[in-house]
Design a protein around this ligand. Sequence first.
Ligand SMILES: [Zn+2]
Length: 212
Amino acid sequence: MRKLIQGIHRFQRQYWSANRELYRRLAEHGQFPEALFITCSDSRVAPLVITHGEPGDLFIVRNIGNFVPPYSEGAPDASGVAAAVEYAVEHLEVRDIIVCGHSDCGALKALYRDRSKFAGTVHFSRWLEHGDRTMAVVAANYPELTREERYEITSEENVLLQMENLRTYPVVQKAAKEGRLHVHAWYYEIGSGTVYRYSPEREQFEPIREEE
Ligand SMILES: [Zn+2]
């Protein structure tokens, strides 16, 4: 806790002081984020750091495993993710949605563990069920892979499935049809700091190039 408190004071003295104008603008005019960024709660994934962004750039949703539960009619309390998607697309009018998975994801590893171990943490255990479809798809498409190899594929496959789920939201369908919204799948490799994007043309994840 001490580290956090010292950090707040350093932030005020250094970053805030150097960016007064930005903070004044954000406070007076509100937020106009470029994108909705959906990623994992993992402490090693820092969206504004990896995009070298500033406050106000990204509207961020984080949860364990960066899952996007599919749209479900008549279940307004189903998920905070659904509320954030609707708010970002319709009210903030973001132009892009990025679902960003990452390497060494504890949630995706947990999918492959004996889940009876999580019986004492019912919400976590239930939340992992959002990954069941990812596991099923990986098992069906890569039956020859070992468990370890399958896990690597799971992280990437999971991002793609969450992107599919995003497309079940009427607000996403409408905005995409009107050409005012694009959905992207990214994958962040912690050890190398590399961010990959999924190329639908080549059906693979590729490092994001500077000119993109
Ligand atoms: Zn994770």
